[in-house]
Write a protein that binds this ligand. Sequence first.
Ligand code: NDP
Length: 243
Amino acid sequence: MPTSQDTQQVAVITGASSGIGASTARALAAAGYRVALIARRADRIQALVEELDNGSIAITADVTDREALVAAAERVRSELGRVDVLLNNAGVMLLGPFDAERKDDYKQMLDVNLLGAITTTEVFLPLLRDGGGDLVNLSSVAGRTARPGNSVYAATKWGMNGWSEALRQELQPDVRVIVVEPGAVATELTDHITHAETKRGAEKMYEQMAITPEDIAEIIAFAVTRPKSVSLNEILVRPTVQP
Ligand code: NDP
């Protein structure tokens, strides 16, 4: 006899310790999902599990570490039993002029934003496919536009869009693939920019126009709760005042 826990839907969210990931965990919990929260900052995701208080779990893992992701999938399988939504959200935006000073930033962005999402999906796909689920990939306006100072960040997000579109065709009808492309959203994303002048410029722009992570979380929750016959393939969402 299935219990209510067996039938309750489950979402896995990478980068769930702050910003869009944390807000989406709250939105999906409100929609009835238990959530596996994945991030490196254990204290943040543990506090969120306590706040949600609905059987969600915190898994400390780095998305660049495949073994940690395999262990995470095993925990999700044994403790939550299923995966209905996988949100590839972990990301860093280390903007700055293209030169050798930032080669470590480039590697980190490729490893986390693109390879991290690909590895997480490859590891969780059997669970996601089992019963049909939603793969939600957090891209960006920078996945459709390009400008000076964002070259490698844009490369990761353009890469994510191409990979997602191929997967959309390959995995349908078992798995819906949904790409979300936000403009400026007020989170910790700009905190990590290493190029001082670029960081100041980005912070100024965000102060002037950014929307909230809750705005994006509501859209993700809307997309995954559509009837299974309906797939919101690509969602571009900017602050109204963003050029
Ligand atoms: P935050 O900085 O608030 O969140 C980023 C999250 O990624 C954190 O939870 C962080 O957790 C996690 N993360 C970073 N590196 C790793 C890693 N190696 N392993 C696991 N988790 C990691 O920013 P946002 O909420 O804004 O960013 C979420 C996504 O949204 C990103 O992919 C970003 O590119 C995208 N985006 C954001 C926009 C914005 O304007 N804010 C616009 C367009 C897209 P921890 O440090 O605890 O590991």
